[in-house]
Design a protein around this ligand. Structure first.
Ligand code: DAH
Length: 337
């Protein structure tokens, strides 16, 4: 029986040496209720009274040794698990971070926001109107009746006889004046559509920003001062503006407005194509017919209006020479802004 106990001890300690031993299974195998040690103890009844305490003591010693070896093994396994985990989860704080690629605003959006800020600073509010518009607002109310030649210059996408994709942001003027009584000071940025073939300077979809001021005693000099302030904020303090007489059906008098080239300062260069000036917008004093079409008395009120192409302003501002770049989503282009 003593030998049996020694065998059990040797076997248990040997098995516990194995690096990947299952400690719980070994505990059950040797020390469990149906384990080998218990089996030996059950046989103690057959011993003489003198032998019993000796064997009993020995069995206790064997149990204690196996338990100690088990505990050591479990502790070692825990420690190894921790070491493995620390190695696995090692964090190198000196490694370069993975940067998220954060996008940014499209150059047209940026230019639009910048323009909005300038006009908001002068007390303007932003007004919006539908892109699918009635012929009445896009043309008739703006003093462009059917068969008027001005319709030819704005090749329009018609949806039905009297519904179209707006070809300009000017219809928003009419919608604002119908709803609001003077004083009115609004800008209206947005998409416009014309049935033009896409090339370096034309696109069937582009953007305009309309401006409208109506109040008592508004004159052409208010228009000039407003546009000059805008041009200097947008293109630089030294910018000059120039009015050239023109014709628009909805303004009288009307003008096309140029800014001095901010690259060459007016001497003539590649950006201004040798002109020294760059045309950026159309403007004028709101035609009395348009005021009365909108229920505003032209004997009491006067106003000015202007409309500019957002692409044109942005291309001028950043020296972009092809309008198609705005719509192609080519990151090599977009990333530059
Ligand atoms: N709507 C005109 C266009 O698309 C631009 C324009 C000219 C707007 C003069 C105006 C204006 O408000 O007064 O060509």
């Amino acid at each position: 029986m003593k030998e049996k106990l020694q065998q059990i001890k040797q076997a248990a300690l040997a098995e516990l040496q194995a690096p990947d031993c299952d400690t719980e299974a070994l505990r059950v195998k040797y020390l469990g209720k149906k384990g080998e040690l218990t089996a030996v103890l059950r046989g103690m009844g057959a011993l003489t009274p003198e032998e019993r305490p000796v064997v009993g003591q020995m069995a206790n010693d064997v149990r204690a040794e196996i338990e100690a070896a088990l505990a050591e093994r479990v502790a070692a396994a825990k420690e190894q698990a921790l070491i493995d985990r620390l190695a696995r989860e090692k964090l190198d704080v000196t490694m370069p971070a993975k940067c998220d690629r954060v996008g940014h605003q499209h150059p047209l959006t940026r230019a639009q926001r910048e323009m909005e800020e300038i006009f908001i600073g002068m007390g303007f509010e932003i007004a919006e109107g539908p892109e699918v518009e009635y012929d009445y607002y896009n043309f008739q109310a703006l003093n462009i009746p059917e068969n008027h030649p001005a319709r030819d210059t704005q090749d329009t996408f018609y949806i039905t006889d009297n519904i179209l994709l707006r070809s300009q942001t000017s219809p928003v003027q009419v919608r604002v004046m119908e709803k609001q009584s003077p004083p009115i000071r609004v800008i209206s940025p947005g998409r416009v559509y014309r049935s033009d073939a896409l090339d370096a300077t034309h696109s069937p979809l582009f953007h305009q920003m309309e401006g409208l001021v109506v109040d008592k005693g508004i004159t052409m000099s208010d228009l000039k001062g407003t546009l000059e302030t805008f041009a200097r904020k947008m293109f630089g303090e030294k910018t000059e503006i120039r009015f050239r007489p023109h014709h628009f059906p909805f303004t009288e008098p009307s003008a096309e407005v140029d800014v001095s080239c901010f690259v060459c300062g007016g001497k003539g260069c590649r950006v201004c194509k040798g002109e020294g000036w760059i045309e950026i917008l159309g403007a004028g004093m709101v035609h009395p017919f348009v005021l009365s079409n909108c229920g505003i008395d032209p004997e009491v009120y006067s106003g000015f209006a202007f409309g500019m192409g957002l692409e044109r302003v942005t291309m001028t501002r950043y020296g972009i020479d092809d309008i198609r770049l705005f719509y192609e989503n080519d990151e090599r282009f977009l990333k530059q802004f």
